[in-house]
Ligand binder design. Structure first.
Ligand SMILES: C[S@@+](CC[C@H](N)C(=O)[O-])C[C@H]1O[C@@H](n2cnc3c(N)ncnc32)[C@H](O)[C@@H]1O
Length: 287
């Protein structure tokens, strides 16, 4: 498997697990951080409320002249579903074959679903707005903007809601959290493009609590469950053999997973220290 295919695959597994777990327990249908206002208690049962708050925020920044939207990296299609219900015509881009049928059902067959990466998308259609909700970080900045601008109608808009890496000069140490484009590079590149920034909202404070929620679930639910299973497996005579074979094959992967997810460092404090979550609205300048 190529490096980019491998990254997409492991990202999809993470999203699938989050969805299976979240939808079973709390009917959670979306795959983003949610918007946690100060008065909301940080618990899983409030995640769908926080996610509804986030959708409301995105809807509030969509310009009035927008009628057609391309939702890039649409996850489960739940956000597209809300936008359809609000009267927009919405098409979806997903690189994931697993999510395609769920998106079709969530959007009730009303959206065209492009099953491809955004970079490889081929269509003659044009849209009033291209939306990237927590998906822009997976796409090369320059290629992403170039592609998005080519898909826009005159006076079209690009709405990006995602987190970025803060400038290294502003923070000390290495971030234990991965993901996000470098904000300095992003800001620099955008200057050279025929786009006017209409809105820049910093919602780091309201999205960071999600990290504490996930960190708690990983360390107080997933980890004890895995340890319990391992204890059972270790009691079996074939364990030693399986263990030495798997550690040969998977050691590096297991170490990476442990370092990434179970060190208690994927928390709100570190998110606020190393990342900045922005809602950015751009308008295409007419030449
Ligand atoms: C964190 S999820 C966000 C899902 C959804 N937009 C939401 O806000 O709930 C990231 C999404 O980006 C998609 N994605 C990742 N790489 C992509 C690419 N190169 N082109 C298009 N979508 C991509 C994933 O399949 C996934 O649906």
């Amino acid at each position: 498997m190529s490096k980019s295919k491998n990254a997409l695959f492991s990202q999809e597994i993470g999203l699938r697990l989050a969805l299976i777990f979240g939808s079973y327990l709390y009917n959670i249908k979306q795959l983003h951080f949610g918007y946690w206002s100060k008065d909301m208690k940080l618990e899983l049962s409030n995640l769908s409320k926080a996610q509804a708050g986030y959708c409301g925020l995105l809807r509030s920044v969509i310009p009035v002249n927008v009628k057609t939207i391309l939702d890039v990296g649409c996850g489960t299609g739940a956000l597209a579903q809300e936008l359809l219900a609000a009267g927009y015509a919405v098409d979806c881009v997903t690189p994931s074959d697993f999510f395609t049928s769920l998106i079709a059902s969530n959007t009730d067959g009303k959206s065209e679903i492009f099953q491809t990466t955004f970079e490889e998308l081929k269509t003659d259609k044009k849209y009033d707005m291209i939306l990237f909700s927590e998906s822009f970080q997976y796409i090369d900045i320059e290629k992403g903007f170039k592609k998005a601008m080519g898909l826009l109608n005159d006076n079209g808009h690009i709405l990006i809601s995602d987190y970025f890496k803060k400038d290294k000069k502003m923070v000390s140490g290495k971030s234990p959290l991965s993901g996000g484009h470098k904000l300095v590079k992003f800001n620099e590149l955008i200057k050279g493009l025929p786009l006017t920034e209409i809105k820049r909202l910093d919602i780091t404070e309201q999205t960071a609590p999600n990290l504490d929620l996930v960190n708690d679930l990983l360390n107080n639910l997933a980890l004890p469950a895995i340890e319990c299973l391992l204890k059972y497996v270790k009691a079996k005579y074939w364990y030693n053999l399986a263990c030495s074979v798997s550690s040969l094959i998977f050691r590096k992967k297991i170490d990476n997973l442990q370092r990434k997810y179970f060190r208690d460092e994927r928390n709100a404090e570190n998110f606020k220290k190393y990342k900045q979550y922005l809602v950015l609205l751009y308008k295409l300048n007419l030449s």
